[in-house]
Every structure is written in structure tokens, then in C-alpha cells.
Write a protein that binds this ligand. Structure first.
Ligand SMILES: NC(=O)C1=CN([C@@H]2O[C@H](COP(=O)(O)OP(=O)(O)OC[C@H]3O[C@@H](n4cnc5c(N)ncnc54)[C@H](O)[C@@H]3O)[C@@H](O)[C@H]2O)[C@@H](O)CC1
Ligand SMILES: Nc1ncnc2c1ncn2[C@@H]1O[C@H](COP(=O)(O)OP(=O)(O)O)[C@@H](O)[C@H]1O
Ligand SMILES: [Mg+2]
Length: 270
């Protein structure tokens, strides 16, 4: 398994506009977990996603606008609008704070039925748990799962202590998806190979840290090749965590997000 120990981000073209950097749709945040999709949204915007739309419970709209005015919002229960947004998106992230009730089940099932082959879907958090529980089928498009070890146990059937690279690779192949197995030294089972990251630290063990990574991946998918986008996101997320942990005992996800554009600039190709 290859370690990702450096990355370089391409410079932006002068002749470019927001439409060139992705239409991203983020779906999640029920009445109790609005914060999760707000973190994903800010992470997506701060990662450079061109146009970010957030489909979340209506009670989250005001808070989301106040934390992230760059994002557009839609009500999760407005199916007509959701259908239109799904059609228009380049990349869809589903799951942060979605909830495990019937509404969460119906939302994920709907998205998987309507996504088209040219689109990319990132399945995170509660959407992984629902996908595993309902034994849903994957659509014919690029799929990225971002489980932590417990979510991977639910999805793969491999208990945490038995999650070896060989077994993980086999299930990733069976799924036909990219798998980002989040843990201390996260592992990436991409379609073209296996990678790991030797950055990241326990100051990052805070709720919302994975919601942030999922939003970063979504923002990067809008701009870069899929596998590059995944590698950039996982690397930058942990590198910022390590940088902040030099002076901070814990590294709140909101502060990781603030640093994303600065770290991207540092890593921009010369
Ligand atoms: N501010 C918010 O609204 C937040 C919402 N969240 C949402 O809450 C939902 C449930 O996610 P959870 O992950 O808490 O719940 P889960 O029940 O899926 O998993 C959490 C449990 O898994 C176990 N576990 C084992 N290995 C682990 C590893 N490497 N990393 C993390 N956990 C590991 C831990 O015992 C942990 O309590 C998700 O939709 C998530 O997006 C969380 O992100 C927390 C913050
Ligand atoms: N001890 C640790 N070392 C390195 N990274 C960690 C550590 N603990 C947590 N992280 C990172 O924090 C994130 C946690 O993801 P997740 O559990 O999905 O969070 P949440 O759902 O609360 O947003 C992952 O990217 C994981 O790699
Ligand atoms: Mg999570």
C-alpha cells in the first residue's frame, strides 16, 4: 500500500468561472443534526466547489445561511425541487446528519434511483448505515464511500479487528466503489490502487470531522479528477489537523475548514 506523502494542486485557469468548478449537491442534516451538513457545506465552499446547494431540513436554513452564505438551500421534503437539483448536479454528497428514520431511508433510496451515470455520489455517515441495513443496490455511476471503521463493519460485514487491507480490497472490488476507510492513518481503496496516509492525529477525534472531510471531497470532485480529488482531500484534511495540533489540544472541524484555502495555496503548483 502506497503512502501519500505529498500532493500538488493545479493552478486555476485565468479563463474560468464558477461553472467550471462543479455543481455540488449536499444532502443531509435532519432536525437534530443540522450542524453536520453545515460543516460539509462550508468545507465544500472553502475547498473551491463552484456552486454549492444544500438540501436539508427547513429548520436548518437560517443557521446555514448565517454560517455559509455562499451556499444555496432547499427543503429536504420538497421532492419536486430535489428531483431538479439531482438532475443538475455534477456531484452529490448524501448522508451527514441524515438520520436513520424512514425519511432518511426514503431520501437515500430516491437519490440512488435518480442519479445518472455521468454523476458522482459520495455516500457518508447515516447514508452508509442505511445502505447497509436496507441492502440497497448501487447505481451505474462513480461511487465513493467514506466509512469510519464501525460504518465499514456494517457495510462490509468485516469486524473492526479483522479489517485487513486484503479483505478491505476484496469488498471494495465487490462493491465496485472507491472506499475511504477513516481511522488513525486512513486507508484509501481506490479503483486503481490502495493508498494510506500517515498524517492525522487524535486532536482530530471530534464530532463533525468526517462531515468536514466529506464536504472537502465533494468540493474537490467538482474541480479535479476523481482519484486525485480524493487523495487531495484526505491529505489536506489531515495535514491541516497536524499543523493545528502543534498548538491546539483539540482541532475543531470549523477551524480545519478555515485553513483549507490557505493550505491549498501552499500546495499549489509553482
Ligand atoms: N454536529 C452534528 O450534527 C454531528 C452529526 N453527526 C452525524 O451523526 C450521524 C452518526 O454518525 P456517528 O459516526 O456518530 O455514529 P455511528 O453510530 O455510525 O458510529 C459511531 C460509533 O462508532 C464507533 N467507532 C469505531 N471505530 C470508529 C472510528 N474509527 N471512528 C469513529 N467511530 C468509530 C464509536 O464507538 C462511535 O461511537 C452521522 O450522520 C454523522 O454525520 C456526527 O458527525 C457528529 C456531529
Ligand atoms: N486518532 C485519529 N487520528 C487521525 N485521524 C483521526 C483520528 N480520530 C479521528 N480522525 C479523523 O476524523 C474523521 C472522523 O470521521 P467521522 O467519524 O465520520 O466523524 P463525524 O461523523 O463525527 O463527522 C476521520 O477523517 C478520521 O480519520
Ligand atoms: Mg461520519
Amino acid at each position: 500500500m502506497q503512502t501519500i506523502d505529498s500532493i500538488t494542486i493545479p493552478k486555476r485557469e485565468d479563463q474560468s468561472h464558477k461553472g467550471d468548478y462543479g455543481r455540488i449537491l449536499l444532502i443531509g442534516g435532519n432536525q437534530n443534526m443540522g450542524g453536520s451538513i453545515m460543516l460539509s457545506s462550508r468545507a465544500c465552499v472553502y475547498s473551491g466547489g463552484g456552486l454549492t446547494t444544500v438540501c436539508t431540513h427547513q429548520s436548518n436554513h437560517t443557521a446555514l445561511h448565517s454560517r455559509c452564505p455562499e451556499a444555496m438551500v432547499s427543503d429536504l421534503s420538497d421532492i419536486k425541487r430535489l428531483t431538479k437539483l439531482v438532475t443538475e448536479a455534477d456531484c452529490i454528497l448524501v448522508g451527514p446528519g441524515l438520520g436513520l428514520d424512514i425519511k432518511g431511508n426514503n431520501t437515500l433510496t430516491f437519490i440512488l434511483q435518480h442519479i445518472q451515470p455521468h454523476q458522482t455520489i459520495i455516500i457518508d455517515g447515516d447514508a452508509i448505515t442505511i445502505f447497509s441495513k436496507l441492502r440497497l443496490s448501487l447505481p451505474d455511476c462513480e461511487v465513493i464511500f467514506t466509512p469510519h471503521q464501525m460504518e465499514w463493519e456494517r457495510l462490509s460485514g468485516i469486524q473492526i479487528d479483522d479489517q485487513t487491507p486484503e479483505k478491505n480490497r476484496q469488498v471494495a472490488d465487490e462493491l465496485g466503489a472507491h472506499v475511504i476507510l477513516k481511522k488513525h492513518h486512513t486507508e484509501l481503496y481506490l479503483k486503481t490502487g490502495d493508498y494510506k496516509i500517515d498524517k492525522g492525529n487524535p486532536a482530530m477525534a471530534t464530532g463533525g470531522m468526517g462531515d468536514t472531510l466529506a464536504g472537502m471531497i465533494a468540493g474537490f470532485i467538482g474541480q479535479f479528477d476523481t482519484e486525485e480529488a480524493i487523495k487531495y482531500a484526505v491529505y489536506i484534511h489531515s495535514k491541516i489537523g497536524d499543523q493545528l495540533s502543534q498548538t491546539m489540544y483539540v482541532t475543531p472541524p470549523s477551524m480545519i475548514i478555515n485553513e483549507i484555502p490557505f493550505m491549498m495555496k501552499k500546495l499549489e503548483s509553482k
